[in-house]
Design a protein around this ligand. Structure first.
Ligand code: GLY
Length: 388
């Protein structure tokens, strides 16, 4: 990447990562593994925030064919980047499990989108067409094949399947990344916030913490999600898109064997008896609480999809804030000399984290080139205003 040389010769110094979510922790772990000295600063708990709140979806296929705005300027670039991230996951999960000694609940059994109504049938056909146009693998189940594959589901007309999708236990992932990063020598400062960026001679040279203490850096990586950092350029502003979720206490055979992605709900069985169901999408809402009406809707939609859940208690309800950039795409690369972006994961922060970390390793001169990250430069027109 063209910016690499700006940083590469200075990579022997300290890298400060702001934010201990999926992206920040992955960057810290990856860079420390390449021999860089890394300090990670997290205002709360590492592995908390949006990572803790997420559904752990690794759904490059579903997100590209169903959620992605088809005419988005970066639609094809997103598909390439998401697939590259998806391909990194098996190796990442294996290394992380080995280093942390923690089971990640990583699986890639595909996601199933059941079709219950004629309207959903039309949406499924459109999703199949879009998937074909984007080169995404899909297949179909008729009603009998779906019942055989996922007997817990209510009787449906059929389903479409994204066989390369998967999931991870996001909460185990947060802990594993934190432990593995520490194991590689990352200095994690938690419970402290960054109050400003230090600049000297036209480059960012470090950060200031809440007690006024400075931390010098050769490069600062911004991975703070919806948490605004004073002095960060406007392209790094993230709109929160709140997602409320619930978890049922349910084991197989009531809990589905695959990730189920309905058009109005998704369900993913985590290790043990935790079946998570999500999620609302509430742009601009910062309040991290849940409300009874949204939770009742999620509960009813989950029980309509899987009737056996009628007898299963809702054991937890919570919300998280997805960080969305001005054009809803991730932001990766040099913002200004000494300042790198690693964020904007929005609906796909967990999926994209390994690819964001590889791209940052390339920018810092300690990894192979990651051309699929180039379209997500902080300098792209969609963020700077030219094509919004
Ligand atoms: N990745 C699914 C969501 O953001 O709800």
């Amino acid at each position: 990447m063209s910016d690499t040389s700006i940083i590469a010769d200075q990579a022997a110094g300290r890298i400060v990562v702001i934010g201990g979510g999926a992206s920040g922790l992955s960057c810290a772990w990856r860079l420390a593994g390449a021999g860089l000295k890394v300090t990670l600063i997290e205002a709360g708990e590492p592995g908390g925030g949006a990572l803790h709140a997420s559904g752990g979806m690794l759904a490059a296929g579903f997100e590209s064919a169903v959620e992605l705005q088809p005419d988005h300027l970066l639609a094809s670039a997103f598909v390439r980047f998401a697939e590259a991230a998806s391909d990194l996951w098996p190796g990442w999960a294996e290394r992380l499990q080995a280093e942390s000694g923690r089971a990640l609940g990583y699986e890639r059994r595909g996601s199933i989108i059941p079709i219950f109504t004629a309207e959903e049938s039309e949406r499924a056909a459109a999703a199949m067409d879009r998937a074909r146009a984007l080169g995404i693998e899909t297949s179909r189940y008729d009603a009998a094949a779906l019942h055989e594959a996922e007997p817990s589901l209510a009787r449906a007309l059929g389903a479409i399947v994204f066989p390369r999708d998967g999931q991870v236990d996001n909460r185990a992932l947060g802990k594993a990344l934190t432990e593995a990063a520490r194991g590689r020598g990352v200095d994690i400062i938690k419970g402290r916030s960054v109050t400003g960026l230090e600049r000297s001679a036209g480059r960012v040279t470090g950060v200031t913490l809440d007690l006024g203490d400075p931390v010098d850096a050769e490069a600062v990586i911004l991975a703070s999600g919806t948490g605004a950092i004073s002095g960060a350029p406007p392209v790094m502003a993230m709109e929160p898109v709140k997602g409320q979720m619930i978890a049922f206490a349910a084991a197989r055979p009531v809990a589905p064997a695959h990730v189920v992605r309905g058009f109005s709900i998704y369900l993913a069985a985590k290790p043990g008896t935790r079946l998570v169901a999500g999620a609302t999408s509430e742009p601009g809402v910062e309040d991290p609480g849940t409300d009874d009406e949204a939770i009742a809707r999620l509960t009813a939609a989950a029980r309509a999809a899987i009737p056996g859940l009628v007898a299963a208690p809702v054991m937890e309800r919570w919300a998280g804030l997805r960080p969305r950039t001005a054009d809803s795409m991730p932001v990766i690369g040099e913002v200004e000399p000494g300042l790198l972006a690693a964020g904007g994961g929005y609906r796909n922060g967990v999926l994209l984290a390994p690819a964001i970390a590889e791209a940052l390793a390339a920018y810092l001169g300690v990894g192979e080139d990651w051309p699929s990250a180039a379209p997500f430069s902080p300098r792209r027109p969609g963020l700077t205003g030219a094509e919004r």
